[in-house]
Design a binder for this molecule. Structure first.
Ligand SMILES: [Zn+2]
Length: 400
């Protein structure tokens, strides 16, 4: 699914003198936006257009793309309705996330199929959502994490077909355990536009290798919900770490992975093969609170969300907050942060025109002031949170 808000008509807006976060460097230049797209880049002061915004001292980066998020700001993608999805699209946007996958936990079979069908309908009219990430249902009972086991299924072609039919082309990522889904099925499923992502598994190295030979090219929250690396029985981790083309999710909230483990992953994987995700749950952005999530009571202290037995139940850190944290803790450049949070996720879904600043790309942009605070988000050229008639950027920035 390609974002459906395409339009290249209307006034040309010039973002003058902005520090642009490009894939390989920072560049102070003029950025020209028309309709939903980036029209071009021009040397500073030379951009010509209909509306000029003085962005001297400001940074403009691609909006972030979260491929694994169960909700936030009180919205639960598994249980809530279309209006809540719309509110979520705005809240994610205000935080700096311009596109996302609604990530669904597994549930009782009939309920889950109905939920996928319903979600597919919501997504048709809300372009912030690129589709669904279904975290299951073909997973290992031994590594359920915080997911409800009642939804776990043995694999069958009929069940897979029912999921694909309910999703009507919106299923973009499916987390699966290689010991549950036969490797011979992976390429067929992926031919329907689904990226098969290894996770919630106790697969042996051999089973993991077979899944990779079968076409799997992604891993869900690397290290979490899978066995530790052992020198005689390496399990899935050795293959996922050492196979360059396997793109691995990392939850960079500072709770799910030790900081040095994260540093190690970023060092051994090729730069294009790591995707930062939030794995955020509905209490994200709500401070200390308690809620029912994925069939269990979850308490958040504002930093960690856990079930009663202490199991981590996703994160309560939005993707931008995790990325800013990563920038500070690991000393990463702005370009690297945007690679992990925007261009790699876009590549994961094979969407070359989002997730980066370049001519002809979607105008999904975030604007940061000189203190690094986010002051505006543009999704497809429109300011998020401003309403249809609202200003594109704060009026104080406009100079024409
Ligand atoms: Zn998850």
């Amino acid at each position: 699914m390609i974002p459906r808000d395409q339009c290249v008509e209307g006034p040309i807006r010039v973002f003058r003198d902005a520090e642009l976060v490009l894939p390989d460097r920072l560049l102070v230049a003029d950025l020209l936006v028309q309709g939903t797209q980036i029209r071009s880049l021009a040397p500073r002061g030379e951009g010509r257009g209909d509306e000029i915004y003085d962005l001297a001292g400001h940074r403009v980066a691609p909006g972030f793309i979260d491929l694994h998020t169960h909700g936030g700001w009180g919205v639960d993608f598994y249980t809530d309705g279309e209006e809540e999805y719309r509110r979520a699209a705005e809240m994610y946007g205000r935080a700096g996330v311009t596109r996302l996958l609604a990530t669904l936990v597994p549930g009782p079979w009939e309920e889950m199929i109905a939920r996928i069908d319903e979600t597919a309908r919501f997504l048709e009219s809300i372009p912030a959502f690129l589709g669904i990430h279904l975290e299951g249902p073909f997973l290992s009972h031994e590594r359920r994490g915080a997911l409800p086991e009642i939804g776990f299924q043995e694999y069958s072609d009929a069940k897979m077909q029912a999921i694909l039919e309910a999703a009507r082309g919106t299923l973009r990522v499916m987390t699966f355990a290689p010991e549950v889904v036969p490797p011979s099925k992976i390429a067929t499923i992926q031919s329907r536009g689904v990226v098969m992502s290894i996770g919630h598994t106790v697969a042996t190295k051999e089973e993991t290798d077979a899944a990779v030979r079968g076409g799997a090219r992604r891993a869900t929250h690397l290290c979490n919900a899978m066995p530790q690396l052992h020198h005689r029985t390496p399990g899935p981790l050795l293959t996922l770490l050492s196979t360059d083309h396997i793109r691995c999710e990392v939850i960079a909230d500072g709770e799910h992975l030790d900081e040095d483990m994260l540093r190690f992953i970023l060092r051994v994987k090729p730069p294009e093969s790591v995707v930062a995700v939030s794995d955020s749950m509905p209490l994200t952005g709500m401070g200390a609170a308690t809620a029912n999530f994925a069939g269990a009571e979850v308490h958040s202290d504002g930093c960690r969300a856990t079930q009663a037995d202490g199991t981590l139940a996703g994160s309560v850190t939005s993707l931008p907050a995790a990325l800013w944290r990563l920038e500070r803790e690991q000393g990463l450049t702005p370009s690297r942060i945007c690679q992990l949070g925007a261009s790699n996720p876009a590549s994961d879904l094979r969407l070359p025109r989002i997730g980066r600043i370049g001519q002809g790309c979607r105008a999904d942009l975030i604007v940061l002031d000189s203190r690094g605070d986010l002051i505006a988000t543009l999704r497809g050229g429109s300011r998020v949170g401003a309403g249809p008639e609202g200003p594109l950027l704060p009026a104080t920035l406009r100079v024409d």
